[in-house]
Design a protein around this ligand. Sequence first.
Ligand code: IFM
Length: 479
Amino acid sequence: MTDQSPLAFPPGFTWGAATAAYQIEGGANADGKGRSVWDTFSHTPGKVRGGDTGDIACDSYHRYREDADLLSSLGLSAYRFSISWPRILPDGTGQVNQAGLDYYRALADALGERGIAATATLFHWDLPQGLQDRGGWASREVALRFADYAAVVAEALGDRVARWITLNEPLVVASNGYRTGVHAPGLRDMDAAAAATHHLLLGHGLAVSALRAALPSGAEVGITLNLTPVRVTADANGEGAALERARQVTDACLNGVFLEPVLSGRYPEYAPPALLPPDGLIEDTDMATIAAPLDFLGVNYYQPVHLRPGDPDNLRRDEEAPPVRVDGVVKYRPDGVYQPNSVARTAMDWLVDPEGLYELLLRLSKDAPGLPLYVTENGCAAEDYVNPEGAVDDVERVRFLHLHLAAAARAIRDGANLAGYYVWSLLDNFEWAWGYQKRFGIVFVDFGTQRRIPKASSAFYADVARANAVPPLPVSWPV
Ligand code: IFM
């Protein structure tokens, strides 16, 4: 019989919601902000669904107090937002735009007045266009400029922001931005992607040291990686060893390329050479810089991938992701073209797999003993709409959150070092190449009027946060 008691979280557990600058702020040209690669990309015809741009988005640049009120009404203890680099340094380097710093100081103050702790991400993909014009992350110089920017922001906000994230999901930047081109800056260049991988990591390491130099003691510094459990299917008749090898390669591609350098100062053994920087690019002290000790690891979890035996001739060679091949046995792509059909999916067609979160948290607690983990993103897109009563009853998201929060609580019970959870996302927002079509918020945004309507999931999440416990799962749900 299923245990029907609530699953409690530890005292002091952080309950938060997350957003990112380009996805919610709007104010694309306000008060001296420079252009970012996403301004350029979204204004390039054919790049974003429906021609959507982040010019206005949720207009949070002007409505941040209202958004802080929303967080407060939900009783959340933390808000993860990102800082727009070109709002602070319009050209990426050089002249500081004081109005940009003032905006984030005012946002942090609005949060502080409501008892909400600020968690700031320095880079959530909106690189200043001026730096892209000098090579973007494929250029070593950008890593150095990132550290300068970190120092400027830490000086200005260090008294108001206690938790700092250097990069958000650098894997997505390197793969979608430089390898497949579906994100800004839209390059399809394996060499540039490999160089970007190294320079993102180097930028992270240099920024850690710049932040530590400028922040008061007690500030926490970490990085957020999107991490993905990799599973082989049970029907691996006689293919065990080859599939295990494929699993190791895929794990290296999806997780190890960023996780291992950050945790251990080396690139993963099983990563295909084409994904890694050539030796000449790695300078003597780089790997030690990259492995600078952290106060926490931010984990973004959405779904696992699955591998299965297959005909290598069927390997997909589409433009989205060049296949990483294990000859003669396995059909898969790094992002997992094969997924089982039998489970629920979100409006992104992503699997609903809370067990993946459980597995991931326990694995990371083993790989990085003692390092606090925060789930810095988890959530789902759903086909939300305002019903005739004026409400948004997003039962799919309530179920998704219930299952994943229960998995997180079980992981803690079984030894995972999880200190907090930030739902993605506070608001429906600009979902990159999908534009406004995909809604991830626990608060609905009517983009035409900017009216915010809290969805049913926000009430569910608020109840969990207030109780610091997740209610028992309905007995009828498969766990
Ligand atoms: O919206 C994104 C976010 O910017 C980064 N992580 C995944 C989310 C959903 O795709």
